[in-house]
Design a protein around this ligand. Structure first.
Ligand code: GLA
Length: 384
């Protein structure tokens, strides 16, 4: 594959002004809490999406990718819900959202090189959005990359692109992770007020690794299941008379649940409340260096997502059960669920044994071969 700037020159007939990139993420814990005003704890992955770009003095967006032959030309003012369709919505949507937020942005020539596995629940879409947002900020002199509140503005525009143009009703965790995560740290993200805090996360000091397993089971957030979970949470909050389920964290859980009319709403609410509590539990355990405790909390999170929130699937459960049976300290699905990836906390000496056991279990079950790889906490969106 040619170097990205060379590919840009071939496709668009001139050199790019620069290259920007942003990471995918895994969430350590705090799943399906972001749209409930809750807490999450993502790390940025070493896998990044890069985009080469240059500004135009008209309103045309010319969008190409090294991974996909389809390319799109669209005027910023023609960008709308579902238009353009497919992956280019994430690019065009960001420019559209920044203009809607009042920034003087113009057209763009852009070529994307996405190295975050697609459809794996590792936020390839947020990586794409945030790399483009970083490019737009620099190319049109917005200066938003240089300070945390500016990065919040970019993350919000990226979320808007995803919600309003790509049609995925996601919360803001993935974009916040891509904009704010730093190397060797997890990001404790408070989605009620948008504040965040860096929590040291360097497993090498503990002879352990974080193993990501992409189950290769299909995963799509724009389909109905994610939206249905979100709607159930909103319904429960309305019945409880609160703005978000975050407001009932810390109240006696049994009493809260008794005020809900049916079992499904009770289980959805129990997941959200206990999951928000687990985030600070894990932050405390990480600070104490208690990895066995972190592992146990991962398992509690997975069980809650599987049984109460019902967003796991056969493949994710198989990774978790197999990892735990072969020496992992903890394991859980990560991201939206219904496929995608799981993470396992594994003593370094056991990593090969765990990944081989997962591979064998998938082969035995005649499932598509999964892909497992160790990750460390990487850095945020930046100019390369
Ligand atoms: C997806 C969404 C996030 C978040 C997670 C679940 O990754 O994009 O906003 O809701 O699912 O924690």
């Amino acid at each position: 594959m040619p170097r990205l700037p060379d590919a840009f020159a071939t496709l668009l007939g001139h050199s790019p002004e620069g290259v920007w990139s942003a990471p995918g993420r895994v969430n350590l814990i705090g799943e399906h809490t972001d749209y409930n005003g809750g807490l999450a704890l993502p790390i940025a992955l070493p896998h990044r999406t890069r985009c080469a770009a240059s500004p135009r003095d008209d309103d045309l967006l010319r969008i190409h990718s090294l991974q996909d032959d389809s390319s799109v030309e669209v005027l910023i003012d023609d960008v709308a819900d579902g238009h353009p369709a497919g992956w280019t919505a994430y690019v065009a949507g960001v420019v559209w959202a920044l203009r809607r937020a009042g920034y003087a942005v113009r057209g763009l020539d852009v070529v994307v090189d996405g190295r975050v596995p697609l459809g794996a629940g590792l936020s390839s879409s947020a990586a794409l959005e945030c790399s483009v947002a970083a490019a737009v900020s620099d190319l049109f002199g917005l200066g938003l990359l240089g300070f945390p509140e500016g990065r919040d503005v970019l993350a919000a525009a990226c979320q808007r692109a995803e919600n309003d143009i790509a049609g995925a009703p996601t919360g803001g965790m993935d974009q916040a992770a891509a904009m704010h995560c730093t190397e060797r740290h997890a990001l404790r993200l408070d989605c009620r007020d948008g504040t965040h805090e860096q929590v040291p996360f360097d497993l090498s000091a503990h002879d352990a690794v974080l193993l990501v397993t992409d189950t290769r089971a299909s995963h799509a957030l724009a389909d109905g299941q994610y939206g249905a979970r979100r709607a159930a949470c909103e319904q429960a909050a309305e019945i409880l008379g609160v703005e978000t389920l975050r407001e009932v964290v810390g109240q006696p859980l049994d009493e809260t649940l008794a005020r809900l009319p049916d079992d499904v709403l009770r289980r959805r609410t129990r997941h959200v409340v206990t999951e928000i509590e687990r985030v600070d539990e894990v932050v405390g355990l990480l600070r104490e260096g208690d990895l066995a405790g972190v592992g146990r909390t991962f398992v509690a999170s997975h069980e809650s997502l599987r049984d109460d929130y019902e967003v796991s699937c056969t493949e994710l459960d198989l990774v978790v059960d197999t990892a735990l049976a072969h020496g992992a300290l903890g394991s859980r699905m990560t991201g939206g669920g219904f496929g995608g990836s799981a993470i396992s906390l594994v003593p370094t000496a056991e990593v090969d044994r765990v990944s081989e056991a997962i591979e064998a279990a998938f082969a035995d079950a005649r499932l598509t071969a999964p892909s497992s790889f160790a990750v460390t906490a990487a850095g945020p969106a930046a100019r390369d």
